[in-house]
Design a protein around this ligand. Structure first.
Ligand SMILES: [Zn+2]
Length: 315
């Protein structure tokens, strides 16, 4: 039987862009860290490709070869499985070390087991922090590297952190600046004309991928949408404050957009500019005054053509 291998030293986990979560968080289907990992897995090809195509990712020839192989075999890989080490003591325990964040085997397509006991950091000054999307990207690259025969954990830590660092460098995260707010919007841009900036909204409990809504909302002046970049994302604090922020109220955020349009075959690409995207969400408070997104109202994504509607784009 293939020996399990451990991934990711403790030191690399919990880098930047973590989310705070309520300590008593219990919800079916996993918490925010699990959702961040699932998102990273589903979108891993974009993170890896962005790194491969950008010199600032600074890959060695061997790392480049491994990432290309990894991309080719991604369709054969399965989503990570979440297991508590307290219930499966031997699974994450390797000789000569403490419990590991994740383990797998040296074969493409074999399961990646993620230790749910290590996904949340309890001793942070801001409260409990969940493993972030960039952390998850590093973990998955490390793990999938083992599937391709790399046995050197340290080398895979380095490669994972390169892809992770690149993911952070093309991301933006804004936090709604209200007391006790953990409401945030996070974007990831793959710096490609044929991709759309990814947009994630989280209140610290739930994670919403606004990609499909954004793609539906964007409209080319000429041709069909191929890709686009969102920039300058910010909460619209110019809006009148609600009577009491302890009641349910709408929060809006806006971003500038540049889009790339062409034919159905993605030919004749041209850039269109001077657009704005507006995100509108209903938030509520619990007894402790902590904000959360209301699940009964979908987040609305609006696309504004500032050349036609200057008023709507001001502010
Ligand atoms: Zn390893």
């Amino acid at each position: 039987m293939t020996r399990f291998v451990a991934i990711l030293s403790l030191s690399i986990a919990f880098l930047t862009a973590s989310f705070a979560v309520r300590a008593d968080f219990v919800r079916g289907g996993g918490g925010l860290a699990e959702k961040n990992i699932d998102f990273a897995f589903v979108n891993l090809a974009r993170f890896v490709n962005a790194c491969l195509w950008n010199v600032s990712c600074d890959l060695t020839p061997a790392e480049r070869t491994l990432l290309v192989e990894m991309l080719g075999d991604l369709p054969r890989e399965q989503p990570p499985q979440f297991v508590s080490a307290s219930r499966n003591k031997s699974l994450f325990q390797l000789a000569g070390g403490g419990p590991r964040l994740a383990v797998t085997e040296f074969v493409v397509g074999r399961p990646i087991y993620v230790n749910t006991d290590m996904l949340y950091q309890n001793d942070s000054p801001e409260g409990v922090k969940a493993l972030s999307v960039p952390d998850a990207v590093a973990m998955l690259v490390h793990e999938l590297g083992h599937h391709h025969g790399w046995r050197d954990h340290a080398a895979l830590d380095i490669l994972g952190s390169k892809v992770q660092t690149f993911a952070i460098s093309v991301s933006q995260k804004i936090i709604y600046s209200r007391k006790q707010s953990q409401l945030s919007i996070q974007t990831y841009d793959s710096q490609s004309m044929v991709n759309l900036t990814q947009v994630l909204v989280s209140d610290g409990f739930e994670l919403y991928d606004l990609g499909p809504q954004l793609r539906d909302a964007l409209q080319c002046r000429e041709g069909v949408l191929v890709g686009g970049h969102l920039d300058n994302v910010h909460f619209n604090l110019f809006e009148k404050s609600p009577e009491s922020e302890l009641n349910p109220h709408y929060v809006t955020a806006v971003a500038d957009a540049q889009i790339f349009c062409g034919t159905e075959e993605r030919k004749g690409l041209h850039s269109e500019d001077y657009f704005r995207v507006r995100f509108r969400m209903l938030v509520d408070n619990d007894e402790g005054g902590l904000y959360f997104l209301r699940l009964d109202e979908p987040i609305v994504v609006e696309f504004l053509d500032c050349s036609k509607d200057f008023e709507a784009c001001s502010g």
